[in-house]
Design a protein around this ligand. Structure first.
Ligand SMILES: C[C@H]1O[C@H](O[C@H]2[C@H](O)[C@@H](O)[C@@H](O[C@H]3[C@H](O)[C@@H](O)[C@@H](O[C@H]4[C@H](O)[C@@H](O)[C@@H](O)O[C@@H]4CO)O[C@@H]3CO)O[C@@H]2CO)[C@H](O)[C@H](O)[C@@H]1N[C@H]1C[C@@H](CO)[C@H](O)[C@@H](O)[C@@H]1O
Length: 411
């Protein structure tokens, strides 16, 4: 576990605020944003920070998202080479907080105008009644579609249900010779909107019950597999992100489910979306019970063992400020977490904000518990086995449920 405080004169008492103009030092920040499409924007915002606070030096490190959580846990557990501030994926925060790796931020200068943050991102910063992170960006998933391909196939509106998605895919296949939908097969986060659409969920944290293999879960797994078996969707259990983005941007598929974090790549990727007005964004298609998409997002968190907590607090305060959030949105399309930023006309009037504001308020809440992030590894094993044809949907759901019961000790 990380130490509770930090040595060195600059460390304010836990829970104390600091006067930014008196702070000097350095901050090592680990950023997991996409190195090509997003990181330049974050680095530009950091440059603005260093201009405003010339006595604070930021050591920026870009850490690829895929293996970042392990790197963070290893660094925090040994303390050697540990960053002062991390970009904490929202499911990491309760896990890292439970391990005492994060500084509680209530009452510190890192967390200002706390009531300006949207409630859903705030919920994911709390653990055991304390605040361990400051919201950066928030997201949920949506149906991204190619308007030109839909028009060429004679389809007027995006599908609102999975049944409609199958019908539209058949029409796209018949009229354009293309596959309708890309189903990401190597990351089970892309299964959640189907699970929620059947009225299911991975677990019920309140009753500590595993639900992924109940009737709704089995139905969801079957629905996903049927999309591929019926030819409505194509998938790959490796390199899913690259294959999905390449197929969508080149017009090999007309639809994908994705999040606003993909906009930076789409908007700079040319192809079918050189003309940005060709990108359509709609709610994810509903299952047989309801329509819902998961909440995701990223926050700033400070290492409990940091030797630069004052400088880290000033850094987080700036990076989470309305000014910085607006720049991050303009540069990447990633969604703000402050109400005041959503209200700015330059942001509120964009097509993306108009769509996503409603969608993120309705995002399906996940259990923000230390075990939350650990649910994805067993799910990935079974999700990919099913999509590879090695297991039936029933077996995949059951094996996932059994793994959860073993790992969590829940019923
Ligand atoms: C397996 C992982 O399961 C979960 O992660 C879920 C996550 O909980 C979901 O919320 C969802 O995250 C959204 C995310 O909210 C959304 O913002 C976006 O992020 C964008 C950025 O926006 C974009 O800027 C850029 O950075 O790129 C980001 C990524 O695109 O999209 C994400 C969805 O991709 O989905 C995650 C799973 O992907 C665990 O939390 C672990 O991460 C776990 N990985 C560890 C597991 C260790 C072994 O235990 C292994 O040894 C370790 O090495 C692995 O690290």
């Amino acid at each position: 576990c990380g130490s509770s405080g930090s040595s060195g004169g600059s460390a304010p008492a836990a829970g104390a605020s600091v006067d930014p103009s008196t702070v000097s030092g350095s901050v090592t920040y680990w950023d997991t944003s996409d190195a090509k499409a997003e990181a330049p924007t974050y680095q530009a915002v950091i440059a603005d920070f260093e201009k405003k606070y010339p006595n604070i030096k930021v050591n920026y490190v870009n850490v690829p998202f895929g293996d970042a959580q392990n790197k963070v846990k290893n660094a925090f557990s040994t303390g050697s080479g540990a960053p002062d501030v991390i970009r904490s994926e929202i499911a990491w925060t309760p896990e890292l907080a439970a391990d005492h790796y994060l500084l509680p931020l209530d009452g510190t200068s890192a967390l200002v105008s706390a009531d300006d943050f949207l409630p859903n991102p705030v919920a994911a910063t709390k653990y055991d009644g304390k605040t361990y992170a400051v919201p950066q960006v928030t997201d949920t998933m949506a149906l991204f579609y190619n308007k030109k391909m839909f028009a060429a196939a004679g389809i007027a509106t995006p599908p609102k249900s999975i049944d409609e998605l199958k019908t539209d895919s058949a029409q796209i296949k018949q009229k354009l010779g293309k596959t309708g939908f890309y189903l990401r097969g190597d990351d089970p986060y892309w299964s959640l909107s189907f699970l929620y659409g059947e009225g299911g969920d991975l677990v019920d944290a309140n009753s500590k019950t595993v639900t992924v293999d109940n009737a709704a879960g089995v139905k969801a797994f079957s629905t996903i597999k049927d999309l591929v078996d019926s030819g409505a969707a194509k998938t790959s259990v490796t390199d899913g992100w690259a294959n999905m983005m390449s197929d969508f941007q080149s017009g090999n598929v007309a639809m994908m489910i994705n999040g606003p974090w993909s906009l930076a790549t789409i908007n700079s990727g040319g192809g079918e979306f050189t003309d940005k007005s060709n990108l359509g964004i709609a709610v994810v298609p509903a299952g047989s019970v309801t329509q819902a998409a998961p909440q995701g997002g990223q926050s700033y968190a400070i290492y409990a063992g940091s030797k630069n907590t004052a400088a880290s607090q000033v850094f987080v305060q700036y990076m989470a400020s309305p000014e910085a959030q607006a720049k991050i949105f303009q540069g990447t399309g990633a969604l703000p977490t402050r109400k005041s930023v959503w209200a700015e006309p330059a942001i509120a009037d964009t097509d993306e904000a108009k769509f996503f504001k409603d969608a993120i308020d309705k995002a399906h809440q996940r259990p923000w518990i230390p075990e939350g992030g650990t649910l994805f590894d067993p799910l990935k094993t079974e999700y990919t086995a099913m999509l590879s044809g090695k297991e039936s949907p029933q077996t995949a759901a059951k094996n996932t449920g059994d793994a959860y019961r073993k790992n969590l000790g829940w019923k």
